[in-house]
Design a protein. Sequence first.
Length: 375
Amino acid sequence: MSEPAQFALPHSPFRPTAPTFTPVRWESDAIVAIDQRRLPAELVELRLATVDQVVDAIRSLAVRGAPVIGIVAGYALALGLRAANPVTVDDAAGELKRLEEVIGNARPTAVNLRGALADVRRAALSSGAASVDELRESVLRAAIALHAADRAASAAIGKNGRQLLGERRRILTHCNTGRLATAGDGTALAVIYALAADGSAPHVLATESRPLLQGARLTTWELESAGIDVRLIVDAAAGAAMAESLVEAVIVGCDRVAANGDTANKIGTYQLAILARHHAIPFYVAGPLSSFDPATPDGASIEIEQRPADEVRRVGGTATAPPDVEAWNPAFDVTPAELIDAFITEAGILRPPYAATIRSALDAISSASTIGVSR
C-alpha cells in the first residue's frame, strides 16, 4: 500500500475566531485531510488518492470525527470508481456496492460512515447517468452535496444549542466535536462557537479523553486557536468539577443514536451522564440527524469498536504499563436515553419520548430529500 503524501502547513500565532483550517476538501482528484494524529505539535495535511489510503487513514484515526469520516467516505467512492475503470454503468454500480462494503468496514460504530456511503451511492444511481463518466460525476456531486449538508447542519446545531443553553456559560465537553470533526463549527463545540459569536464568553472544561487524548490534543488546540476560554481536566476530575459548581451543562457529540435514544459516543461519556444526573446538571447530546440510526433499536444493538491494547499501555511512544498486561479498550460506550435531557440537532431540540421525537424528526427531514439523512 502506498503512503499518502504529507506536507506541513504554516501555523499562525494569532487567535482568530474564524476557522484557520479546513479538515477535509476535494482537490485535484484526491482528498486532502488534516492528519489529526499530529496535532497539537504540527498541522499537517494528508493527500489521500486511493481507497486503501482512505481506509488506513480512518482506521488509524488520522481522519476522525463521525461527520468528517462520512464526508471522506463519500469522496472515497469517487476515488474508487475512477481507479476501477468499469466498462458499463451496470459494472460501475456493482463496483460502488463493493466499495461501500470495503470502506464501510473501516470503523463499525459511527453510523455516519456507512450512512454516507449508502446515501452517495443511491443519489448517484438515481441520477439517470447514461455512461460511466456521467455516473462518476454523479458520485462526486453527491459527495459534495453531503459535504455541504454537514456544514449547514453544523450551523443549525450551533444556533439551536445556543438557544437551549439560555444563560448557562460553564460547559463541560468530552472528546473532540468541533471544526476538526465536521465540515463546519462542529456538533457540541458548534454550540460553544455560537455562544462566543454572540459575545456570551463561554468557559469550557475539556476532558483529556483517554486513551488517545482527543480532548487534550484536539479540543484545547482548536478552542485556543479560536480565542475561546478553555481549561483542560483529566477525565477523573469531571465529578469534582461538577461538585465545585464549575459546570452548568454537559454537551457531548454522538457517533450513533439508536431509535430509542440510546447513544454511543467516545468512551467515558456514560459516566459523565451519570455524574451530571447526580449533580442535577443538564446533559445534552449534539449531533446531526445523519448520526441517528432508526435501524438500530437500542444501545444493546450497537456494535462497539474494540481498539488495540497498546493505546492504553502507551502514551505516544512512552510505555505507561507493562508491555504484556491485558487491556480492555472499547472506543465507545453507550449512554442510556433516560440519562439524556435533550438532543441538539439541525432540526431542533428533541426531547423524550425519544422513540417518537427521533422518528418524527427523521421522517420530516427525509421528506425534504436532504442527502445524508435519508435513513
